[in-house]
Design a protein around this ligand. Sequence first.
Ligand code: HEM
Length: 429
Amino acid sequence: MSAALPPLAGAKDRLLPASVPVPYFAAALAFHGLAWLSLAAAAEWVPGFAGGLGPPLAALHLVTLGVLAMVAVGASLQLLPVALRAPMPLPVAARAVHLLLVAGVPVLAWGMASGRVLPLSLGGVAVSSGLALFAALAAAALARARGSSLVIAHVWTALACLLALALLGLALLGDFVHGWLPDRAALAAVHLAIATYGFLGLLIMGLSQILVPMFALAPNPPARPGWIALGLAAFGVALAGAGWFLAGAIAGLAAALLHTSLMALVLRRRARRRLGPSFVLIGLGWAMLPASLVLGAGLAFGILPRGFAPIFVLVLVGGWLLSTVLGVLMRILPFLATLHAAKRGRRLMRVEELGDERLLWVQVGAHLSALPMVALGAALNAPALVWMGAMVGAVGAGAFLLFAGLVAWRYYELPPRAGAPAELRERGA
Ligand code: HEM
């Protein structure tokens, strides 16, 4: 049985000050460009990358932490009050998380690229503290949330994974200095599974239950299969956490197929016919999630040679997670701007009028070209192809930055709405 349309009525009254979520999104877009450029700089080490310190690990964490975790944290801080009627997080604490991430991520990336102990320690501690503070803020808000229990359960499970991934990350960093881990490769694989499928994956699965119906103007998906998908996904992550990667990938695949078919059902029932560039990326993400699990299972079972590891990470991080997060961001940025405009008594524009969709198509085209080029470069041991793909990715990131700048500029240019309180019109607010 489907629930009603998303509970976003009155959302503008539960908005955080724009100065809280917007810097997260701005930082994510900047790190997006930086990550592609650093991948280009790391091109010669990408084919054959099998984990461990070095420039590819730095580029990878510029994406996972700088883009994916940054958007996940910023969007959650705003969505928990808006969609789950949770209490608003304290703005000063939310800004502290942002500061720790924005300062910590480049320092950690520098440490990973250079192997130097000081930036590794400082960056690792800053990022892990930022993530732990976010987990505490989100847990305090979730404990008093009154929205969908299915979404709340997804977020609780994702938060548990977040704490585990940060501890595992610190243990892996410490191992570079102290050499204390008996099986570093196995722990790195557990960290990968818990960070990507656990924290980011479960958060995406949970928030999709609200965001996809909202973007597509469709009824919510039925809750019961959503609970089954969550159970299977959490079971799969737990199996991978215990080192049973093949069993984990199989449970994860069942969860992924159920989740994507639920999302397909939402789209079939939608009222909005034209979905635009954001859904090209979101749809790509839905296809790449099961593909990544098939590749992961192949590696765990030993059918695929170890040389496939960089392609697996690319499909997982670039194909599924980055595509989904960029697609969601394409919608969230103008949507947030219209909510703030409504709150401040400015003339409303249609979401589509705030940005320039052509720039988003450039981002989509660049993303769709960059990923196969990098994958092919890694498979054929051709660093030049990896470099070219990464540069195409950077062009896409530039187009998206321009789009976001345009949204911000048009937002500030919006005149006060006729009928807005006189005091707002005088201030031009
Ligand atoms: C959402 C956040 C994160 C994601 C999605 C993520 C993802 C990944 C992935 C996919 C790998 C595997 C690379 C490979 O072997 O192919 C990895 C390795 C690693 N990560 Fe993270 N990570 C995250 C956060 C962190 C944090 C916070 C730290 C440190 C405090 C960290 C430290 C490491 C280290 C040291 C390795 C290298 C392990 C090795 O191969 O020796 N990660 N991470």
